[in-house]
Design a protein around this ligand. Structure first.
Ligand code: BEZ
Ligand code: FE
Length: 297
């Protein structure tokens, strides 16, 4: 088809794409073209604006390395990651869900850690936190032998892979639930932190006059064949930025009861008051137990 006017472009593109063999991929590609063309029409995108947008995409690529995933960060800051998460969990988006976005910092192969063990692997300031967690299925039965990855940022607001001061895998661990579906570990109380702002995602957030901060949270990834892999976060109730998380990750179901203890016998000899405890139950749904691609290595 020879293009004569602007109106011929979208049908021309859709026509040549029609032979893509996989129906689902074809559906996604066609919808993408329709929406991106409609977007350009709606805002009457200029050549210089188009150039700027391409520069931004290239910037996302250039910024991405083995240890930094700017693409995920950009999607997170647009709310796209949370939207996709909520559409695909909680019975296909129809009920409240225990899931949250993965974020850019999950690493595969966290060190296996015994029940009740510590994930503090190099000196890390902050009040001690003792967690006791449970994994149950949709009938509230315990889920034994589920693999649970835990990761979180230090009080300086950095994940270990961002911070040469922290040991490899500091504040990361892998646990297996016991016959009662339980796992527990010791760490430090998580603190809020700003997302990296030295790339296109940060540039966008700052331009929009948003706070680039996440409220304090722990991350969990729970995996067992027969269950939909649960990727989630548990937030500290009342934490700063809880109602304006820059990546839209906070939902009501994910606000945890991190209890402060100022007196009484501490849970370990080296613990000084105040220390914190968290009891939390994770609900997993039946489904596909596939794993996400690790955003970083
Ligand atoms: C995180 O919680 O690790 C995270 C999520 C989205 C963007 C940046 C960090
Ligand atoms: Fe995080």
């Amino acid at each position: 088809m020879i293009i004569e006017t602007e109106n011929d472009v979208t049908p021309s593109v859709l026509k040549v794409m029609a032979a893509a063999p996989d129906a689902r991929i074809r559906e996604i590609q066609e919808a993408f073209v329709k929406h991106i063309h409609a977007f350009a029409r709606e805002v009457r995108l200029t050549e210089r604006e188009w150039e700027y947008g391409i520069g931004m995409l290239n910037g996302i690529g250039k910024k991405t390395t083995d240890t930094h995933n700017e693409g995920i960060l950009f999607s997170d800051c647009l709310g796209l990651s949370t939207l996709v998460c909520l559409m695909n969990n909680g019975a296909g988006g129809s009920t409240e869900t225990a899931a949250a976005l993965l974020g850019p910092f999950w690493r595969m192969h966290s060190p296996k850690t015994e029940h009740g063990g510590s994930i503090v692997r190099s000196p890390t300031p902050g009040p001690a936190l003792f967690t006791t967690c449970r994994v149950v299925d949709d009938k509230k039965n315990p889920v034994a032998n589920a693999e649970v990855d835990v990761w979180h940022a230090s009080t300086t607001g950095m994940y270990e892979n961002q911070d040469p001061e922290q040991a490899d895998h500091n504040l990361r661990g892998k646990f297996f639930t016991d016959s009662n579906g339980r796992f527990s570990f010791r760490t430090i109380l998580p603190a809020g932190y700003p997302i990296p702002i030295d790339g296109p995602a940060g540039e966008m957030v700052l331009y929009q006059k948003r706070e680039p901060w996440r409220p304090a949270h722990l991350h969990f990834l729970i995996h067992k064949p027969g269950f939909k892999t649960l990727v989630t976060q548990v937030f500290v109730a009342g934490a700063r930025y809880i109602d304006c998380d820059v990546v839209f990750g906070v939902t009501k179901a994910l606000i945890g009861d991190y209890r402060k203890h100022e007196s009484g016998a501490p849970p370990a000899a080296d613990v000084k008051a105040p220390w914190y405890t968290l009891d939390y139950t994770f609900h997993v749904e039946p489904g596909e137990s596939d794993l996400p691609q690790p955003p970083i290595k």
